[in-house]
Design a binder for this molecule. Structure first.
Ligand code: ADP
Ligand code: GN1
Ligand code: MG
Length: 377
């Protein structure tokens, strides 16, 4: 049985006191739409200038079992990116996250209940989109995630800890779904027979990228692994991608998964938990926009095989995410935050609808990738 996790608010003041924000704290409010960490925006009031904000997060204990290792990854990657930004004449404080260290030292604070908290300065003058409001903004996010891949090309992958073991191991995700169906701890399997059948019918697909990795066709790279549109901050003035955030899952992975997770979330016009599935449709135009932008940002770092497998990245990330939502629904919503009953099942349904759409448009997606790839090499 999983241990019950207390509300982050119970230790919020203890966490606030653990950091020196450089000015009095005037308040902290829940912030953002992430599904994993407990995120607060901290407002401080310096004597001689306007409010300065910070992002304070309790690192999800359900997702991350070793927060110190996770923070070691993040400080390593942010220092590395920061140096690259500075060398290229960029603004280090806006283009790479910075970790504000706690008074006690280290890179995060552990509260009396054993939960870890960290702080980043808020990157001001940015927007964070929950959906692709315009093709231009979606393209900007694609260039930024492609560039992230390119900038981390030389990062020493062997120094990275695996913060979530087998994170994008789709075979393992399906195995966990099967275990949850077999246990059916809350008697919910009866409500989602169609979704269970949809996932089980795609067992062979779950091996497509892993087989290519095992065969040496796809290389392991340092990847972000959670490339949702709301994990990149865009410059509010120029609309360009400015700062990649949510670095908890930066680990060795597949470039096609970084591409695919962005398509899953952004190449449609509906919310991830939309209940009216007639509104949930893959936008092939947006797929094309993102493909071109991602390859532009990656600037020649992807091999031809990686380019050829991009449609698989899209389908597998969407299928895998649906499988994960379904599993979490069956085990009682212990991983993804929910704000209403049945939300994880609704999220699963949107993902599976998008998978079906991708299957229906497979030839078209492959042609788009072929054309974009020819331009990129
Ligand atoms: P989760 O893992 O729960 O998704 P994130 O690290 O993505 O947590 O943070 C949640 C949200 O908080 C983001 O989508 C973004 O809106 C906001 N956010 C996080 N870090 C910053 C930052 N440094 N500056 C501005 N906004 C941020
Ligand atoms: C989570 O942390 P967030 O909300 O950006 C999840 C992703 C899922 C996504 C689905 C560490 O992303 O893997 O694709 O929800 N992150 C983690 O919206 O599990
Ligand atoms: Mg996030």
């Amino acid at each position: 049985m999983e241990q019950k996790i207390p509300a982050a608010e119970e230790r919020l003041s203890e966490a606030l006191a653990a950091f020196d924000f450089g000015a009095p704290v005037v308040g902290a409010v829940r912030y953002g739409e992430g599904h994993i960490n407990d995120t607060f925006c901290v407002h401080t009031q310096p004597a001689d200038r306007p409010c300065r904000r910070f992002i304070l997060q309790r690192i999800s204990p359900a997702a991350f079992k070793r927060p110190n290792e996770l923070m070691e990854n993040i400080t390593g990657v942010t220092d590395y990116l920061g140096r690259q930004v500075a060398e290229n004449g960029g603004d280090r404080s806006r283009e790479a996250l910075e970790v504000l260290r706690p008074r006690s030292g280290g890179s995060c604070f552990t509260d009396g209940g054993g939960f870890a908290w960290r702080v980043y300065p808020y990157v001001e003058g940015t927007i964070c989109c929950q959906r692709a409001e315009t093709p231009e903004l979606f393209a900007a996010s694609g260039r930024a995630f492609g560039r992230f891949q390119r900038l981390l090309q030389g990062y020493p992958a062997g120094t990275l800890h695996e913060t979530i073991p087998r994170f994008h191991d789709t075979e393992d995700r399906l195995a966990k779904l099967k275990a949850a169906i077999a246990a059916d701890a809350l008697g919910r399997a009866k409500d989602c027979q169609a979704e269970i059948a949809f996932a089980l019918a795609r067992e062979k697909d779950c091996s497509a990228a892993l087989d290519a990795l095992r065969a040496g066709v796809l290389p392991l790279r340092v990847t972000h692994n959670d490339t949702k549109l709301n994990n990149v901050l865009l410059d509010e003035k120029t609309g360009e991608g400015l700062c990649i955030i949510d670095l908890d899952t930066v680990m060795p992975g597949l470039s096609i998964n970084d591409f695919g997770d962005s398509i899953r979330f952004g190449a449609n016009h509906s919310a991830e938990d939309e209940r009216d599935l007639s509104k949930v449709n893959l936008d092939v135009e947006l797929f094309a926009v993102y493909t071109n932008a991602f390859l532009e940002g990656a600037g020649g770092t992807l091999t031809q095989a990686e380019i050829d497998y991009l449609p698989w990245g899209a389908k597998l990330m969407t299928l895998e995410c649906g499988i994960r939502f379904l599993t979490d629904y069956l085990v009682g919503d212990t991983y993804f935050h929910i704000s209403r009953e049945g939300q994880n099942l609704d999220r699963c349904r949107t993902q599976f609808k998008l998978v079906a759409d991708m299957e229906a448009h497979w030839e078209e997606l492959s042609d788009i990738v072929k054309k974009a790839g020819a331009l990129a090499v």
